[in-house]
Write a protein that binds this ligand. Structure first.
Ligand code: PPS
Length: 296
């Protein structure tokens, strides 16, 4: 595996002794609360056709898409969405979760790698929205999330973190494998592949695409309310979505809605890191045709 900055890398920090916050299961790093038993149980979890699944690699715009889907499900009644904490509206299946009392359609969120998701998903073909973000901004966002997530190891060094990102050594596994897999599934009728950069560029177009994919209508004149409610500033100050109510995340340090931009990576990657990353990307994603905007 090529290191992003070869000279400075001696080890992957998550392999260091003393990391008590993560563990490897079937070759994929997971937070401790994602147990082997839970992943085994998940293999038996029954999916139904009208489930809606938002699937992502961490820090790709999951929460943004969750809120859009939630509001669409409520017929664009944003007040309804403001009443309940997002994690109560969604089943986050990567950790043990409750199914009792969940009404249909069930909203499901996951960052799990394709091998770990319930196999039933492939048979039942629920609606899957896969959100993908350019990996440089994703890596930066994930780096800062490691500083606030109490369930995650802290990285002092950005370089070390970036090396672990490139090596697929972070929780939820390899970004390249996950995103190229779902890209290869994008023409399935039950899969919608959405890019974060397209959401930034033209949110209303993406929202209309999502609504039509889900077969849900946007009531006349209601789209502007949804767009306003799902804007970065509005979500940043909305305690039901900004993780300020999540005991595992210290949002006083760094807000969950941190920057919400395309191109913040330029503030962290050195030129050498960026060039090395581009080379790794070309090697790992060769032949996929998956490309991103790195600035807008
Ligand atoms: S998680 O923890 O994996 O569920 O995180 P996730 O929600 O996937 O990603 C968090 C990043 O998404 C940004 N975000 C937004 N950007 C633009 N507009 C809106 N409304 C929005 N909501 C969330 C959030 O700011 C995180 O990105 P960074 O770059 O860290 O700011």
């Amino acid at each position: 595996m090529r290191s992003v900055v070869k000279a400075s890398v001696t080890k992957m920090s998550l392999d260091a002794e003393g990391d008590t916050k993560t563990h490897m299961i079937d070759g994929v790093r997971q937070p401790i609360a994602t147990t082997a038993k839970h992943l085994q149980d998940l293999q038996m979890f029954e999916i139904v056709e009208d489930d809606v699944v938002v699937m992502t690699s961490p820090k790709s715009g999951t929460t943004w898409m969750q809120e859009i889907v939630s509001v669409l499900m409520y017929g664009c009644d944003v007040e309804k969405a403001k009443q309940e904490y997002i994690e109560k509206r969604w089943m986050f299946i990567d950790f043990p979760f409750q199914t009792e009392g969940v009404s249909s359609p069930r909203l499901i969120k996951t960052h799990l790698n394709p091998q770990a998701i319930p196999p039933h998903i492939k048979e039942k073909k629920p609606k899957i929205i896969f959100v993908s973000r350019n990996p440089k901004d994703t890596a930066v966002s994930f780096f800062f999330f490691h500083k606030t997530g109490k369930h995650l190891p802290t990285y002092e060094s950005w370089t070390e973190f970036l090396n672990d990102f490139c090596a697929g050594n972070l929780i939820r596994g390899d970004w390249f494998a996950m995103n190229s897999y779902w890209w290869s599934q994008r023409n399935d009728k039950n899969v919608l592949f959405v890019k974060y950069e397209d959401m930034k560029r033209n949110l209303s177009e993406v929202v209309e695409k999502v609504a039509s994919f889900l077969g849900w209508t946007i009531p006349d004149g209601k789209l502007p309310e949804l767009l306003q409610h799902c804007s970065f500033e509005s979500m940043r100050s909305n305690n039901k979505v900004n993780s300020s109510e999540d005991p595992l995340i210290d949002t006083d340090k760094i807000p969950f809605m941190r920057k919400g931009t395309v191109g913040d990576w330029k503030n962290f990657f050195t030129v050498a890191q960026s060039e090395a990353f581009d080379q790794i990307y070309r090697e790992k994603m060769a032949g996929t045709g998956l490309e991103y905007d790195y600035e807008l």
